[in-house]
Design a protein around this ligand. Structure first.
Ligand code: ADP
Length: 609
């Protein structure tokens, strides 16, 4: 929770604000156009009708009064007045139909538009670089974008149409009012302006508050997750931190709410002051129109019409203002959304699918890497050659850079300096898909997909995902076949607790599933096991590694492990410390050297005696 560390967004100039306003609106309309053209056209048509009907009704109202007065004085027939009444009834019925049709269109659009925006967000998220994923600012943008995805774009479109509708009404009112007095038209417009500025200013403040507070809101989300996720429940209960988490959750709310409340109150006070202004204008004009009627300058019917037009005109104006204020917030949301969608993902230009020196294996040449924001490099000038077929073990204390090496090798991060080559070709020249197809990795924190067993293994190779023989073979290699086939639904067993009838596995069983998934990638000739066996006993781990050695004879394998009983089986052992290689060689050589490896090995061996 460090709102203080977040840069405070600078306040855009008013001109900038109004400009960005229109660009986002155009984008929202384009979004709707791409989602459902027919609905957009229908809504536009309905808007025009709904915009013009009120003025028509005002005119008919005038005709009714004038016809009645004329009939009273014997100058017109009763049927004329009744005819006008019937017409007004018809117009009202039409208006109701138009409103209903508009509601229906909006509801139809809401779900589709929400889906579309969510798709855009997910699609972008999937393309982000790992480093961008880990960047708090991008993450904030994504969270904010997701929060309003299903409401904001529609709201923007709805409000845009609202403004058009009210705008049309206003123009038609203005035309009618003009025959009374141009001054009245100007008056009508003038009383609206202050409200417009006040509205957008508060909307801006509101959104800026929302943006600054995003890290806190994210912490709140996170606290919710900690309390509500089943895989956290064990620890949360035992530690008894539930109340503490709730307290934090609550504190964040009150902290944020305090500022929001101030803003809401201020907005209320200003809003009232502004509305007093329009009331004053309304009743001033009211008196003026009444005086004109008394002086016989206008008919009674005209008086009714002008009063109605002026009153409704003000209503339409405040509708426009309300929509503008709301639209402003929607626009800011959309700005954020598009900023996120337009986040540049560093290009991966490579297209090569073969190396330049066949059978050269992997080479790290003076590779260094520093995490964004870190002061110390995680890898520091590392040089290493791993020929094909070699079984290499990486050892070293926690934080010595083992996982980082794997992340660089798989292209998830790019080296800060130095080159990584596969078969002679620098990593970035490889086609990313071809590169990933060559590597099968199981990370320490591999994913426990809440899918069926078969899919959990199958996703290792999408091309063969549904091939039962392939799955069974992979499960066999990963030592998962026996326990899978012992389950009543075998490969169709739902795993995890998120879904109905899901079955939870033990840590070791999950690891065997992950291992089978890696074996699914038959084309992969580089196999990486990043402590995948930590939840297994030493014996099972040794068995898995010897399996990798025998099953994947021609494959290059990299094993990260803290168990020296397994590590010793490797062809070559590399000892890392602070991102550098400190020892390298096979077990016998390293024991002879009597350095760090020999020390750690005998320490662990003693523990087993
Ligand atoms: P190992 O796998 O050997 O335990 P890592 O490669 O995970 O070590 O970490 C090497 C160093 O990089 C450590 O100092 C660790 O704190 C740091 N580090 C690891 N991951 C990140 C990350 N995503 N962002 C910043 N620093 C990281």
């Amino acid at each position: 929770m460090s709102s203080s560390s977040q840069p405070v967004p600078s306040r855009p100039s008013d001109v900038q604000r109004y400009l960005s306003f229109f660009s986002s609106t155009a984008r929202a309309i384009r979004l709707v156009w791409e989602t459902d053209r027919r609905l957009l056209v229908a809504m536009a048509g309905l808007t025009v009708v709904a915009g013009l009907l009120p003025a028509a009704m005002a005119v008919v109202g005038q005709r009714i009064v004038d016809a009645v007065v004329a009939a009273q004085q014997g100058g017109a027939s009763t049927t004329t007045a009744l005819g006008w009444v019937a017409l007004e009834g018809l117009l009202v019925a039409t208006m109701a139909g138009v409103r209903r049709a508009n509601d229906v269109s909006q509801n139809l659009l809401r779900a589709q538009l929400g889906h579309r925006v969510n798709l855009l967000i997910i699609d972008k998220a999937r393309k982000l670089d790992l480093s961008q994923f880990e960047d708090a600012q991008t993450y904030d943008q994504m969270t904010q974008a997701r929060r309003g995805a299903s409401t904001r774009p529609l709201s923007l479109v709805r409000r845009t149409f609202g403004i058009f509708r009210n705008g049309l009404s206003l123009v038609s009112y203005g035309a009618l009012l003009l025959s009374f007095s141009p001054v009245a038209v100007v008056l009508l417009a003038l009383t609206a302006l202050p409200a417009f500025f006040i509205e957008t200013r508060f909307a801006d403040l509101g959104f800026r508050l929302f943006t600054w507070r995003s890290p806190e809101k994210r912490m709140q989300n996170y606290l919710e997750i900690v309390v509500s996720r089943e895989d956290y429940a064990k620890e949360v209960k035992l530690l008894g931190i539930g109340p503490m988490l709730m307290e934090r959750y609550n504190a964040i709310f009150h902290d944020v709410f305090g500022e929001e409340a101030t803003l809401i109150r201020k907005r209320g006070v200003w809003g009232y002051a502004i509305s007093l202004l329009s009331t004053l204008a309304l009743y001033g004009t009211y008196a003026w129109i009444a005086l004109s009627a008394m002086a016989n300058a206008i008919t009674l019917g005209q008086m009714t019409m002008y009063l109605m037009v002026f009153k409704q005109g003000q209503g339409a104006f405040s509708g426009v203002l309300r929509d503008l204020g709301g639209m402003y917030e929607d626009n800011l949301y959309l700005d954020n959304l598009y900023q996120f969608l337009e986040t540049e993902v560093p290009a991966w230009p490579g297209t090569a699918t073969t190396g330049t020196i066949d059978g050269d294996g992997i080479r790290f040449e003076e590779v260094s890497f520093t995490y964004p924001g870190a002061t110390e490099p995680a890898l520091d000038g590392l040089t290493l050659h791993i020929p094909p077929g070699r079984k290499l073990a990486l050892v070293g204390h926690n934080g010595s850079g083992k996982t980082t090496l794997i992340k660089l090798l798989t292209g998830l991060y790019r080296p800060s300096s130095g080159t990584i080559r596969i078969d002679g070709r620098p990593l970035q020249e490889w086609d990313r898909v071809a590169l990933h197809a060559r590597v099968g990795v199981i990370f320490q924190d591999f994913v426990r997909y809440q899918f069926k067993v078969g899919d959990n293994i199958g996703v290792g190779d999408l091309k063969r995902m549904d091939d039962p023989a392939q799955r069974a073979a992979a499960a066999e290699k990963g030592m998962a076949r026996t326990f899978i086939e012992a389950m009543p639904q075998s490969y169709d067993t739902q795993l995890g607790r998120w879904f109905k009838d899901g079955r939870e596995l033990s840590g070791g069983q999950w690891q065997k599933i992950a291992l089978s998934r890696a074996f699914m990638r038959e084309e992969a000739n580089i196999l990486v096991l990043d402590e995948p066996t930590s939840a297994m006993d030493a014996e099972a781990e040794a068995e898995i590694f010897s399996r990798v050695q025998s099953l994947a004879e021609d494959k290059l394998a990299i094993l990260i492990s803290h168990r020296f009983s397994t590590v010793r089986m490797a062809d070559e052992i590399v000892v890392l410390a602070q991102g550098r290689i400190v020892e390298q060689g096979d077990h016998a050589t390293l024991m002879e050297q009597d350095g760090q490896y020999a020390h750690l090995f005998s320490l662990q061996a003693k523990g087993y005696q």
